[in-house]
Design a protein around this ligand. Sequence first.
Ligand SMILES: [Zn+2]
Ligand SMILES: [Zn+2]
Length: 387
Amino acid sequence: MTVALPASLADGAAEMRTWLRALHQMPELGYEEHKSAAFVAARLGEMGLEPVTGIGGTGVVAVLKGQGLAPPIGLRADMDALPIEEASGLDWASRVPGVMHACGHDGHMAMLLGAARHLTKAPPPPGDVVFIFQPAEETGAGAAAMIRDGLLERFDIPEIYGLHNWPGLEFGRFLACDGAQMAAVDRFDITLTGTGCHAAMPHLGRDALLGASQLHQLLQGIVARNADPLDSAVVSVTQVHGGEAYNVLPETVVMRGCTRSLSAEMRDLIETRMRGISTGLAASLDLKITLDYHRGYPVTQNSAKEAGLARETALRMLGPASVDPAPKPSLASEDFAYFLEKRPGCYGFLGAGPGPALHSPRYRFNEDLLPVGAAWWVGLAQRVALI
Ligand SMILES: [Zn+2]
Ligand SMILES: [Zn+2]
């Protein structure tokens, strides 16, 4: 798909590419985005804005005054990188060993800066525009940290929008759901304790490994037999640790993994069933089974009106073919969910076309996407969907 952009945004592509490459070479993990924050703040300052730093740790916020004809609007980019050794082969690859912008948050920063550049040169937008550069999306819940620091009240943000580049989705396509866009993610640690013994004399012990194998299968029954088949969820056991010898049944086995759900009800159902299954299996096999269930990011829940505005903005700025006609949520997760618990808004995916997946060491941000994402931001700020 080709996307026709306003000329001034297309002209800004080269500058955005320069910013992207600079940021890509200096990736920083969550809450350590000091250089990235300084870079962002410097660019915002050059545009005549007055960036405020230190919101939620390393977050940066700047406000562009509007005409007062519309309520303020919050536009958010994330800033953190991942603990991955880059294997992209790019000339401008990471200069930090073991750290890489493998989720494209460098591109997200560049796109929002590009939009800010465009908007600061244009006539004032209808309402104030709050540019939000957030730390620690990957694991640190930087959105929640910014909320705790008073972001939403201090900068008067009644509605908020976010965007993620999405490899595998057709280039330039915009995907936003009414309702759940991304899943809640929870982690679990299960410890099964029996009685270790000689493998030749299993009757003298209580086999924690047998319990683990049965538990793994029973956990798969939650989605298969407890969840409504029309609702989506995942229970994934990703680690099993137990035993060290060919001839010893171990005393303990540890299983770990994560769950994904698209509603609070499904999330509660999964946890409740995991507890029930663990208790029942412990009784039937005479084992001790402890389940530690840790709730992570909640469901990223778009509000229908704002999701509609987001799609209409994509339609106006990127063309009618850009809007995904049958959007489906992803069971990945995103800490933008915390903003959407507090304010109406929308989180959308912007198709980056074919290429290595997010979090791959070979991932490359599609530079052609920079002006496309910036155009969507500009359209939101200028409220083109309401004109
Ligand atoms: Zn990521
Ligand atoms: Zn990401």
